[in-house]
Design a protein around this ligand. Sequence first.
Ligand SMILES: Cc1ncc(COP(=O)(O)O)c(C=O)c1O
Length: 380
Amino acid sequence: MSTQQPQRPPRSPISRRAAAFDSSGIRKAFDLAARLEDPINLAIGQPDFEMPEAARTAAQEAIDAGKHGYTPTQGIPQLRERLEHEVRRETGQPGRTLCVTSGSSGALVLTLMALVDPGDEVILFEPAFVMYRPLVEFLGGRAVAIDTSPSFRIDVDRVAAAITPATKAILLNTPANPTGFVADAATVRDLAALAERHGVTLISDELYRSYCYDAPFASPALHSDRVVVIDGFSKSHAMTGWRVGWVHGPKEIVDACTMLQQYTFVCAPHVGQWAAVAAFDAPMDVPLAECRRKRDRLMAGLRGHYEFVQPGGAFYLYPQAPGGSGKAFAARAAEEEKLIVVPGSVFGAADTHFRIAYTVTDRTLDRGIAALCRLAATAG
Ligand SMILES: Cc1ncc(COP(=O)(O)O)c(C=O)c1O
């Protein structure tokens, strides 16, 4: 008798969903930086200032007080009520419902899970934050990209033309990662009206709203109670590792997010939520002014050497790549100058630009500027 097992057809343990994606291009830039000695790393999209002291103290107190268990799904009341109060004051919409999430990434996952069925279309603006397209596609949705290069302006007529019966949502991000572009008040108002007219949900990712340098932040939620807003403490309070964000919007949608959180993230980290309560009142004007100063220093250093649109917010500059390819330029920058930047190919179909994150020390920024000027001078 043969002891041979029947042959199974070779089958990957990895789902087709996971296999369809590659590791994020930003991760690849980090890996490259880790292999270089003393690199000039302008690839990291996070603040370089300290999380507020009051938030650190609150986190330590929460640990000492044994706040290690689960929290209510929608967040501890002390944080949720604080955020709700602020949202209602700002929007004047008492019906808005809010759920505290595991970072704004958690809010994005839950919102898209709540809205997108297989075959649904989600309009997004490229260059776009790296998570948007994969998240839509994980859910079987179709990402319909509108390329905003090279001005990064949102043309509401083009958005109207992209809406079909399958359109479920429009995903807006202002101030934007990776361009730093800030949509003006008229554009966000028109987008909110367009979405409402077509019964499409406008999702507004406002994670960088505290970083607006040239004009006050404009939220589409002020114009429509149907807009879903995504926000968090990661960038505003240098709390990227604490994973505290939130989503607010129409009750029906946010209730669905809360229900989905029960089956996925369970709740945002408990200690992080206490830190966030304290962070809420911390004055952030000094670090934000520093960020603006660095933006201006970088722009002054690169003017005449690179083509770029002045970024009105966030902490990124998105210049055109000398030679035309962001990928080729990023590779050359690493090889010739140990300079790490993120190629435009990571953020969408157009590989014409590259991203610089300027949340670094002045010394690193100045080294980066000098390296970039040399690279521009020797571009073929
Ligand atoms: C536009 C945008 N949205 C959302 C996120 C996710 O941030 P977090 O999950 O830390 O709140 C990021 C992070 O870089 C981002 O740039």
